[in-house]
Design a protein around this ligand. Structure first.
Ligand code: SF4
Length: 110
């Protein structure tokens, strides 16, 4: 079973427990259909707008064993408050560059 670290939107943290992310990770559903069930080794936020903590937190989770870094659907799709992150592309590009081949990037969860 691969290990994954999930980064989520700070703005949705107080109204979403992230339960569906954990269910999808456990069951290999949604974005995890391509990886199979994964062990979640970290579940952190971007740190707040404009998401500058996403890169150091992605690195931190890799140091703690993450082979996959996931940007949750609250960021890419705006689940569940219909507010996609306006900084998503910049965050995605910065995180992907920081991974430097040490982990795979997935940019949604469900
Ligand atoms: S930068 Fe994007 S993901 Fe992070 S808190 Fe702001 S809107 Fe949410």
């Amino acid at each position: 079973m691969k290990k994954a670290g999930i980064i989520r939107c700070l703005q949705t943290e107080d109204m979403c427990s992230g339960t569906t992310d954990f269910v999808c990770a456990r069951d290999g559903k949604g974005a995890f259909a391509e990886t199979g069930p994964v062990e979640v080794v970290g579940f952190v936020t971007c740190g707040g707008c404009p998401g500058k903590r996403a890169v150091p937190r992605a690195r931190m989770m890799i140091e703690r064993g993450a082979e996959i870094v996931v940007l949750s659907s609250c960021m890419s799709k705006g689940n569940p408050i219909q507010y996609p992150c306006p900084h998503f592309q910049a965050i995605r590009e910065a995180v992907e560059k920081a991974l430097a081949g040490k982990a795979v990037l997935i940019d949604w969860t469900h």
